[in-house]
Design a protein around this ligand. Structure first.
Ligand code: PHE
Length: 451
């Protein structure tokens, strides 16, 4: 064990930081628009199934690998597989996926930062309906200067926290901001569901129409579960590597998953009642929250102030996720190539910024540049969230369940856990060995039309 390796400052520090990684734009920006594009309650139901049957067991497995080895994804797989190149490649795939996700995620995070500035300027004060807000959104996002400026600024924010180190930077930021975000979302949910005509939105989120479920809906729900839980690319593994052996993995994992799911569901209840109350369509794509939310605030007393606070918190929620992405890549470079942490953070930040430029331009100028029929943004999003993350998930499950084996891994799982019921351990073993890999595989096959 490396006694000099940093650890979280406290028990709650790990859970909050990992939940900070999980809770982000995935919950507040992406989950609602995917629900809106894929059949409402049916998507929510499939999403929850994926979280319980695949998400939670793999979250436990991923943290377990990290905490046992106290290494970055590649180093972890190297140690546990005794240098097997295939498993090291899987670790490397995680690092690559982190690169890709960060590159486009940061663009949307930049938008939310831009919306803080617009809120301060009072740009939304006189907008009467979401259509007007949508127009403003189009105006802003179609200006490359605006998008690239905030893309760059956001990357600088992320780099500065990674620069400061694990406990001081990441942990401190998460501890303060997460609870504030939760409170503000609850205020918005209450506002949303009390608007005139909100009940159609509630109905939309609760009444499952099974006829809209296809293989593709399942596939998108699975990708979203991985994306939202920061799963399948080594973020939780890396955070787990700073976790103390005195803390309980299953309990931490459960807390992370519950919090992440709660915030995604709340985000749904924050947006859809308002969407329906304002007579809008749910299927608006990535601009959904940017069109709806600014207007909701106009019907709240002191909406101007609350709007500013909300976009600040959204920005921070995005930031606690981007830092986890950059941390994976940084930990890899620092551990594997003995790079100095501070230098690594800056150099990697610049590289990711540059890789993100085509995604940023997908909304302003490069709308017609297509890869397999998708814009650069959609393409990178698709291959990383829908392909690489679930693929990483299968291999993490197979690794822990079969290669390393539950016989060897369970003792590490139980470290720090005072008296854990045996049936829960065996349930987890079954989920990780059989259910998770088989389900992911079936969903993959059905989405490409084989099933
Ligand atoms: N889970 C984050 C979100 O929902 C995104 C993310 C994905 C972060 C993968 C880290 C790793 O916003």
């Amino acid at each position: 064990m490396d006694i000099n390796r940093e650890q979280w400052g406290s028990k709650i520090g790990f859970v909050l930081a990992a939940a900070g990684s999980a809770v982000g734009l995935g919950n507040i920006w992406k989950f609602p628009y995917l629900v809106g594009e894929n059949g409402g309650a049916a998507f929510v139901l499939l999403y929850l199934l994926c979280v319980v049957l695949v998400g939670l067991p793999v979250v436990i497995a991923e943290i377990l690998i990290g905490r046992t080895t106290q290494k970055n994804p590649v180093g972890s797989f190297r140690e546990l597989s005794k240098g097997n190149p295939f498993w090291m490649f899987i670790g490397g795939l995680g690092v690559l996926t982190g690169f890709l996700i960060l590159s486009y995620y940061n663009v949307i995070a930049g938008w939310s930062l831009g919306y803080v500035v617009e809120s301060l300027k009072g740009s939304f004060q006189n907008l009467e309906n979401p259509a007007a807000a949508g127009e403003l959104f189009n105006q802003l996002s179609s200006r490359p200067q605006w998008t690239l400026l905030f893309h760059g600024m956001f990357m600088m924010l992320t780099v500065s926290i990674i620069y400061a180190g694990v406990a001081k930077g990441i942990e401190r930021a998460s501890k303060i901001m997460m609870p504030a975000l939760l409170i503000l979302i609850i205020i918005l949910v209450i506002r949303g569901i009390t608007l005139n005509g909100a009940s159609a939105g509630i109905h939309y989120l609760l009444k499952v129409d099974f006829s809209v479920i296809t293989g593709k809906t399942f596939f998108l729900a699975l990708g979203q579960a991985f994306f939202s839980l920061s799963l399948g690319m080594g973020a939780l593994l890396t955070y787990g590597s700073y976790m103390s052996k005195k803390d309980s993995i299953p309990i931490s994992a459960l807390n992370i998953v519950l919090l992440d799911t709660l915030i995604a569901l709340l985000a749904g209840f924050m947006i859809f009642p308002a969407v329906f109350a304002m007579g809008m369509q749910p299927a608006q794509g990535p601009s959904l929250i940017f069109n709806i939310l600014p207007i909701v605030f106009n019907s709240i007393p002191a909406g101007y102030i609350f709007r500013i606070i909300f976009f600040i918190l959204l920005t921070v929620a995005a930031l606690t996720s981007t830092i986890s992405l950059l941390e994976v890549i940084t930990a890899f470079v620092v551990d594997e190539f003995q790079f100095e942490r501070k230098k690594a953070a800056i150099v990697l930040g610049i590289i990711v910024f540059v890789i993100g430029i085509p995604s940023a331009l997908s909304f302003c100028g490069w709308q017609n540049v297509m890869i397999f029929g998708l814009t650069c943004f959609d393409f990178v999003d698709f291959i990383s969230a829908n392909i690489f993350l679930p693929l990483g998930g299968i291999f993490i499950a197979l690794f822990v369940g079969w290669f390393w084996g539950t016989k060897n891994s369970v003792p590490h799982l139980l470290e720090g856990t005072v008296k854990f019921p045996v049936f829960l351990v065996s349930t987890w073993s079954i989920l990780i060995r059989f259910v998770a890999p088989v389900l992911i595989l079936l969903i993959f096959l059905s989405s490409i039309g084989i099933l």
